[in-house]
Design a protein. Structure first.
Lengths: 301, 328, 344
């Protein structure tokens, strides 16, 4: 039998139709994985609900969260006019919990956001430049790191006095070192990849390399880490308010509410626990969401 | 020589929620005591998966097995936990590409070898240490008494690889599995380790399966060579026949595209294209899309492994055709 | 005006394209109190080489011999402790010379790890357009160049430009890396183990392509590899390194046909035999290469050399020209005191 040269038909039949499969970028594939993760989706939904309701609080037709009433103090849950009862000064609990979310969420997100900007920039600089610059930045961070975060926050707030701005400032300072450290380590890692060397070898400026090649690869992990810090920030802010170092009464804020309802714990324990429940739900949602994000993004695609 | 290992129609499939990989699609071979079978293949050919299946090293929950692997008559694929742990290390030993990962960095080499000897033979403390020393001498590690006290990171790559071979042979296994053990080594060290494996194999009369992507290495150590492509052995032959007269177009292509002496200035004969995606079970010959000699019946059904005389097995519809046209 | 035209030859064919003299790089070893330590890895020690226009210079040696460091020094990814470089008559990074950035426009590099050398977040087109854009090429022209580059390396632009690295095979990724190295139309391309991670059948495809590109674009290559067969296939001249030093340098015929240094001979005979009837009987040399921290005194190869004598311990052999090649061995230096050396 002689060997025939392959006919064109066979060759064509053999070549698997290379469907110009819409090539998936990194973020679309992260999104696809997230959509298949029910826990993260539920957490994101709950957070969205909390955030939206506190932003839209004035439009929801709630009772006045500041209006006190001596006769309606400590109504239990399920009272006809007050769905979640009233607090020790007779203010509507439901309204106060919703309005309280405004400050509590703000205190959770804002310091982390500020720390992300400052700590992230410092960390990426330290990681990319390396050498003495890295040494200088990271040793300063280590000094802050030496104090437990709760103690640092309390002492800073104590020194600067109570108030929203000071709490914001002290929490930001607390979160800069950990974010800086994470940013530095992921940047150092990315910096070691050959594609960064290839970019340097192409003669591009350091800023261009950071913008095109470094940021895209480090922002993900840094953001995931920052998300996990939001819950810590909420708890810390609540703690500071509880200790009287944060938000001042009569502002509704979950930590402060927990403090003022302390005395009611024997009268109506469920009521007294409500702000705590809110803190618990939001922070656990932030944590689980950060875990989900990490899982979705941590792929050797 | 009796059959030490019999692998029959082995299938290995990895199943994850995202995708399925048909890593091994019907592999059969035998290994006798005192013989070295080289398995040659490129990345993704299923050569390492086949090797690891013999010790059932793949994660059980997402691996689907088919076929049979018999070691001295015992079926490995259905073996119970205790029989399996007897198998691993005692009857079958394995050496890896990266010796650094085979040793625990926090214990000395001597401690780890002596520990293994003690566990498998029940020897006392002193006896197992002197056995460890003997083993290091056997793999030609200079000043073995001192080296026993060394930690893995204190040894060079070649020394670690020798120590791993000592560890593997510590319990007199019947079968030694080698997964690219010299790939990470420098050229002058690689040849030393290859010679050592060849020598120890004769001395201990073990069967060896040596997986590699390097034809030169396979030729140096093997008695027979099996060439794997897309989860199948496409050709299995004694080493001389494989080098002199390969029959499968893939084996030919592999030999022709390997750069060696005297090819300077010539154009290399590259195999066009890339290996197939293992997500689907192939309907025809897996190599057909890259094959120069593809026939209409190549894509209809997978060709069988055919005996070509002199225990030369080829999986190709053209295997018995005279070479005149093929060699061109 | 397109600022990225191919660069013109300046000094004529006889002037070396790249001339490096006395390159030295010692890396401090981390460890010791406060990370300070006196120990250094002598990665590259007083190495001089020249690359002629249009040739391929092969560099071989085992791990830790400093061949990758040489590559990074030549493209200035790391700064040499000492030594000078001259590119086609222009001193590099010196007054009256060219800047490091101008050097990088003319000298490019392909790395071994095809995956790590591509940014996973960028499409192939974005990766290829990066360098031309950084050099000020307008977007439309950069797009045209990306298409042209992909064509050159045998990847269909319509099919591959918008893909991400993880969607390509190892061979395809390495083609992209080669295309990127060509994006600035360099004159010299340093290939650092560029085909070592590829499967043999794919390696042959890429090697054929490298040969074609060299002719088509008039390139000069420095081809660094541990694979002696591939170096022999591709190179015109070969440089053999051992522990940061050149031990032998000569034409590919001289090095492979008549190696003079005992290390070169050992390296060549350590290649696995392709003939089962003539298997290697004995390893040419024993032991592993020593640690490049604290290399042996005198000749660095003496600890593994079967011919080592007293003089090898005391005196470092110079790289002596013996006509067909240059070799750093006392046995080839007249009057060196080695018993096998000729007496004056």
């Amino acid at each position: 039998m002689a060997i025939q040269s392959p006919t064109v038909d066979i060759a064509a039949a053999l070549v698997r139709p290379t469907v110009a499969s819409a090539s998936r970028g990194y973020w679309p594939s992260v999104g696809r994985r997230l959509r298949r993760d029910p826990v993260t989706l539920i957490c994101a939904g709950v957070l969205l609900l909390v955030v939206l309701s506190s932003i839209a609080a004035p439009l929801l037709g709630l009772a006045d969260p500041y209006k006190t009433s001596m006769i309606r103090r400590l109504y239990p849950l399920g009272s006809p006019s007050h769905l979640l009862g009233t607090d020790e000064l007779g203010r509507d609990m439901f309204a106060r919990l919703i309005y309280g979310g405004r400050l509590s969420l703000f205190m959770g997100v804002m310091p982390v956001l500020c720390a992300l900007l400052i700590g992230g920039a410092l960390g990426i600089t330290a990681g990319f430049v390396g050498g003495k610059v890295n040494m200088a930045i990271m040793r300063v961070m280590d000094v802050f790191y030496a104090f437990p975060s709760v103690l640092l926050a309390i002492s800073l707030s104590g020194a600067m006095g109570a108030g929203t701005e000071n709490t914001l400032l002290s929490l930001t300072l607390v979160f800069i070192p950990p974010i800086c450290r994470v940013s530095e380590s992921v940047t150092t890692q990315v910096r070691g990849f050959d594609f960064v060397d290839a970019a340097r070898a192409s003669g591009a400026s350091a800023l261009t390399i950071v913008r095109v090649h470094v940021l895209g690869n480090v922002l993900g992990p840094i953001l995931v880490y920052a998300t996990s810090l939001i819950s810590v920030a909420i708890i810390l802010a609540a703690g500071l308010s509880f200790l009287g170092l944060g938000v001042k009464p009569p502002e509704p804020e979950w930590g402060l509410m927990l403090n003022t309802l302390r005395q009611a714990i024997y009268v109506n324990p469920v009521l007294a626990a409500l702000p705590g429940v809110m803190i618990f739900i939001t922070s656990i949602c932030f944590n689980l969401m950060s875990d989900g994000l990490r899982a979705a993004m941590d792929v050797k695609a | 020589m009796s059959e030490l290992l019999q692998v029959r129609d082995l299938h290995v499939k990895f199943v994850t929620p995202d995708r399925t990989v048909n890593a091994v699609n019907g592999v059969s071979f035998d290994v006798k005591r005192g013989e070295t079978l080289g398995i040659l293949g490129e990345s993704g050919s299923g050569k390492s998966v086949t090797l690891r299946s013999i010790l059932r090293l793949h994660p059980e929950h997402r691996t689907r097995w088919g076929g049979s692997i018999k070691l001295e008559g015992d079926e490995v694929l259905t073996m119970g936990k205790s029989a399996l742990s007897d198998l691993r290390g005692q009857r079958v030993a394995m050496i890896f590409q990266e010796p650094a990962t085979a040793f625990d960095p926090v214990f000395t080499i001597g401690h780890q070898i002596a520990e293994t000897v003690r566990r498998h033979t029940g020897k006392g403390e002193a006896d197992s240490w002197s056995r460890a020393r003997e083993l290091l001498e056997m793999v030609r590690i200079p000043s073995p008494a001192q080296r026993l006290k060394a930690y893995p990171h204190e040894m060079s790559g070649g020394m670690r690889q020798r120590a791993m071979i000592a560890l593997a042979l510590s319990c007199n296994p019947a079968l030694l599995l080698a997964d690219e053990p010299t790939t990470a080594l420098d050229a002058t060290v690689q040849i030393q380790v290859l010679l050592l494996i060849r020598e120890l194999q004769r001395e201990f009369n073990v069967g060896v399966i040596f997986v590699t992507h390097d034809i030169g290495v396979a030729v140096e150590v093997s008695d027979r060579i099996g060439v794997m492509y897309a989860g199948k052995i496409v050709e299995l032959a004694p080493v001389e026949q494989m080098v002199d007269a390969p029959r499968h177009p893939y084996s030919r292509g592999l030999l022709a595209s390997t750069v060696h002496d005297g090819m300077r200035g010539q154009r290399l004969e590259a195999i066009p294209g890339a290996p197939p995606d293992l997500a689907e079970v192939p309907t025809g010959c897996s190599f057909a899309p890259r094959c120069k000699f593809v026939q209409p019946n190549c894509i209809v059904r997978p060709p069988d492994l055919r005996e070509m005389g002199g225990s030369h097995l080829v999986r190709c519809v053209l295997a018995d055709v005279q070479e005149a046209g093929v060699a061109a | 005006m397109d600022s990225l035209l191919p660069l013109e030859d300046r000094g004529g064919p006889a002037q070396p394209l790249l001339l490096a003299t006395g390159l030295r790089k010692h890396f401090p070893v981390a460890g010791g109190l406060l990370g300070r330590s006196r120990k250094v890895v002598r990665a590259v020690d007083d190495l001089s080489l020249s690359v002629a226009k249009g040739e391929t210079l092969g560099v071989v040696g085992e791990s830790g011999c400093g061949k990758s460091t040489v590559a990074r020094l030549l493209i200035r990814l790391i700064k040499p402790d000492r030594g000078t470089m001259v590119l086609d008559g222009d001193p590099v990074d010196e007054p009256h010379g060219i800047t490091v950035n101008e050097l990088r426009r003319q000298v490019q590099m392909v790395f071994q790890d095809s995956y790590a050398s591509l940014n996973p977040r960028l499409t192939i087109a974005e990766t290829l357009a990066f360098a031309p854009k950084a050099h000020g090429l307008p977007a439309a022209e950069a797009r045209a160049r990306v298409r042209d580059l992909l064509d050159k390396v045998g990847l269909d632009p319509a099919n591959y430009a918008e893909r991400y690295p993880h969607e390509l095979s190892g061979g395809q990724r390495q083609r992209v890396n080669i295309a990127r190295a060509l994006a600035l139309r360099p004159r010299l391309v340093i290939l650092d183990e560029a085909v070592s991670a590829l499967d043999k059948s794919v390696e042959a495809q890429v090697l054929n392509m490298l040969v074609d590109l060299k002719t088509e674009l008039g390139l000069t290559y420095i081809f660094i590899s541990h694979d002696l067969n591939v170096v022999q296939y591709l190179s015109d001249r070969v440089l053999v390194m051992y522990l940061g030093k050149i031990v032998e340098l000569g034409s590919v015929e001289a090095i492979y046909g008549n190696p003079q240094h005992p290390y070169t001979r050992a390296l060549l005979s350590a290649r696995p035999s392709m003939d089962p009837r003539r298997r290697t009987k004995e390893a040419p040399i024993q032991g592993d290469p020593p640690n490049p921290i604290d290399p042996p005194s005198g000749c660095r190869f003496r600890t593994r050399c079967p011919f080592a004598e007293d003089v090898c311990t005391r005196v470092e052999p110079p790289l002596a020209d013996i006509g067909t090649q240059a070799v750093a061995c006392h046995m080839r230096v007249v009057g060196s005191g080695h018993s096998k050396a000729a007496t004056p």
